[in-house]
Design a protein around this ligand. Structure first.
Ligand SMILES: [Zn+2]
Length: 247
């Protein structure tokens, strides 16, 4: 028994980082190491599939607006449906959830890893001090920089000028580090900001945001890194884990 335990521990200690994020007791299937686990490569271009991830869901409502009482999990689902409609006919779309269900972050990564030829866009809404407003986009991998940049710039042009914007931020999260495809996380705006929350409660404003995000994805598909260089330098950090401090 002890020997088996020691063997298991040794195996765990020497399992390459590239497979750690996919290795859980409930999952016998490991992500192929032929995938690019670090993302040190040019930006995604000509991809066949877009994975749209509606943040939160089910028992996890995300943030709730103190002004409109709208829940993040409902708005993210609404947004991915809208983005899907915008992308229809141009590219295949996969949703990580299509209803009000709870999906673990690592399972969202596994869904993304089923398709090599894809990008992942995770949709969220922000919360913070009441003066903060505007879109914010997170990326980590080199191959995700231009998708993040295009999405952020397009959103910053679309959202009202009086709102600040929060920029393109390099942040290692499970959905920006761990998938083996280019991946970004989009915070559409602040539900904690009184006027932005009211805007986001309007369907026509969300339709505009969705059209903007879909347009940025299609620009990326057509142009790859285009003229967006220089690319950021590669960072060799391990996959993000559930035990990482929440940011
Ligand atoms: Zn969120």
């Amino acid at each position: 028994m002890l020997k088996i335990l020691r063997t298991l521990l040794l195996f765990a200690a020497f399992t390459p980082l590239t497979t750690v994020h996919a290795a859980s007791p409930s999952s016998a299937k490991k992500v192929s190491t032929s995938h690019d686990a670090w993302g040190h490569r040019p930006g995604a271009r000509g991809f066949s599939t877009v994975i749209l991830d509606a943040g939160h869901g089910g028992k996890d409502p995300g943030t709730t607006s103190p002004f409109t009482k709208q829940r993040e999990k409902d708005l993210t689902l609404d947004m991915v449906e809208r983005i899907r409609r915008e992308l229809k006919g141009s590219v295949r779309v996969v949703l990580t959830r299509g209803s009000d269900t709870f999906v673990e972050l690592d399972d969202r990564v596994r869904i993304a890893d089923r398709t090599n030829d894809a990008v992942l866009v995770s949709i969220h809404f922000n919360a913070g001090p009441s003066h903060l407003a505007g879109p914010e986009v997170y990326y980590w991998r080199v191959d995700s920089f231009s998708l993040g940049q295009r999405t952020f710039s397009a959103l910053a042009r679309t959202t009202l000028e009086k709102h600040a914007n929060r920029g393109l931020v390099r942040r290692r999260l499970r959905l920006t580090r761990n998938p083996s495809i280019a991946c970004v996380l989009v915070e559409c705006g602040y539900l904690s900001h009184s006027s932005e929350a009211r805007l986001m409660s309007k369907a026509d404003y969300r339709a505009r945001l969705a059209k903007t995000i879909a347009g940025a994805i299609l620009d990326q598909r057509a142009q790859g890194d285009g003229k967006l260089g220089p690319l950021p330098k590669p960072l060799n950090e391990p996959p993000s884990k559930a035990s990482d401090r929440r940011q």
